[in-house]
Design a protein around this ligand. Structure first.
Ligand SMILES: *Cc1c(COP(=O)(O)O)cnc(C)c1O
Length: 455
């Protein structure tokens, strides 16, 4: 152990920014299963995937063998505007909890979009621009991805059309205005603008919408010349770009010879978690180090802890490729809980495979206990966390309290994926004491799982 005093914030210099993303699949023995065509159920090849995604992104989606993918210089230039992000030693939280554990968090909220999503947005916009496209279509749940994509598109001069889950569109009007300020068009989903939106509206009248619906609409809207669809999570290409989080975290920890014992991240589609853990999972896979890794999901949308590991549709409209993942069924409609970014029926196929193989563990936590942790964190560490990030905070605090009981001085590292300024309606509900936990029944989950295709 180093005797050097660890600063409150470990900053890397701009020169220490990672120059390549790390593709953990290259080190995985059991690779994530291939994506399948939604109709034929045949594995998707480069041609097929290039119909939906930019060619370079489709190539990244299929690449199981290249360990390091160079980050293009224009993407690095953009990263330099808000990265490297700090790794913070949560001294105040440790003191407050009176724990011998050392708690660190990687803070991804210090950009206007307020989350880690910008790390992949700029990469995806860059490849779209390189391909000569006019614009992109996408969906957004809580609004962070839509904002990130709007920022990236504004920077590179691309058009950006965002389908926003209706409940968020209504709950978060200012999120919408941030996107419009960056030049994007924003449509509440399900809308009447697409065939799939009209069908979902007919099937589920008055629906609040879901990420699964919005994805279907955005994919349909991308079927015009000069456009492609982009997705902010779930895909392996997104997890690849997000490894900049884990690579920076590892570089910062290495500077002070800190070996993490526990890594924690909230998991919606799996991108901030996947990005944080990738280099460490690589160490585990190569037998160089070991640590506990915890994916935290909301009890209201528990894909890892209560779902099944099967091929399923990535979207409600069943227009996207199928992937083998932990899923609650693509028809699963999570209650309108407030961690919008975690309301997805499935999980990244990469994170799913790691979980299936026992390389990571998962926990589901109640919304009220998440907000209790988020509020405690805000009061002692100053940062107002996104409700999504609050899930990681909850489990980090629980682990630190466990250390207090056992006297263990563990190093706990979690991903503080974003800030919560646009989630004050949820905080208000918590402050007023009117927040409830919305846990699906076994019957509800069984009903949506019954719709999963047999493959
Ligand atoms: C979108 C989002 C998440 C969930 O998405 P992942 O792909 O699982 O990371 C978590 N936290 C924040 C702040 C987000 O914006």
């Amino acid at each position: 152990m180093s005797t050097e005093k660890i600063p409150y914030k470990i900053y890397l210099t701009e020169e220490e920014l990672p120059r390549a993303w790390y593709n953990v699949r290259a080190d995985m023995v059991n690779k994530p299963a291939p994506l399948l065509h939604p109709q034929t159920h045949q594995p998707m090849d480069l041609e097929g995937l290039s119909q939906v995604f930019c060619r370079e992104l489709a190539r990244q989606e299929l690449d199981d063998t290249t360990p390091y993918v160079p980050i293009p210089q224009p993407v690095l230039d953009f990263y330099r505007m808000y990265r490297p992000s700090p790794l913070v030693r949560a001294y105040c939280l440790e003191r407050y909890l009176d724990t011998p554990a050392h708690i660190y968090y990687k803070f991804e909220g210090s950009n206007t979009s307020g989350s880690h999503k910008l790390n992949s947005a700029i990469a995806q916009a860059y490849y779209a621009k390189e391909e000569g496209l006019i614009g992109v279509t996408t969906e957004t749940g809580a609004g962070q991805w839509g904002t990130a994509m709007s920022m990236a598109c504004a920077y590179l001069g691309l058009q950006c059309s965002v389908f926003m889950v209706k409940v968020s569109y209504e709950q978060k009007p200012f999120r919408r205005e941030v996107m419009r300020t960056y030049g994007a068009t924003v449509t509440p989903s399900p809308s009447m603008d697409t065939a799939v939106g009209r069908r979902i509206n007919a099937q589920f009248p008055g629906t609040n919408g879901s990420l699964g619906c919005a994805i279907s609409e955005a994919v349909e809207a991308a079927r015009k010349p000069g456009y492609r669809y982009v997705l902010g999570s779930v895909l392996d290409q997104v997890l690849l770009h997000q490894t900049v989080i884990g690579l920076e975290t590892k570089a910062a920890l290495d500077k002070y010879h800190i070996r993490p014992d526990i890594l924690i991240g909230c998991a919606g589609g799996g991108s901030n978690l996947g990005g944080l853990i990738a280099p460490f999972v690589g160490q585990k896979l190569r037998g160089e180090a070991d640590m506990q890794i915890l994916a935290v999901e909301p009890a209201s949308c528990p894909s890892l802890t209560r779902g099944r590991f099967v091929y399923d549709y990535c979207d409600t409209g069943r227009v996207c490729p199928l992937q083998k993942m932990y899923t609650l069924g693509s028809d699963f409609m999570p209650s309108p809980n407030h961690a919008g970014g975690l309301r997805y029926h499935g999980m990244s196929r990469l994170v799913s495979q790691l979980y299936h193989d026992g390389l990571i563990q998962a926990a589901a936590v109640d919304q009220t206990s998440v907000f209790a942790a988020a509020v405690e964190f805000a009061r002692v560490e100053g940062i107002l966390p996104a409700p999504e990030s609050g899930h990681a905070i909850r489990v980090a605090i629980d682990q630190a309290l466990k250390c207090k009981q056992t006297g263990e001085e563990k190093n706990i590292v979690f991903s503080l994926s974003g800030t919560g300024y646009f989630d004050m309606a949820a905080y208000q509900r918590f402050n007023d004491g009117t927040m409830t936990d919305q846990i699906p029944t076994d019957e509800q989950i069984a009903r949506s799982l019954a719709q999963v295709p047999v493959i």
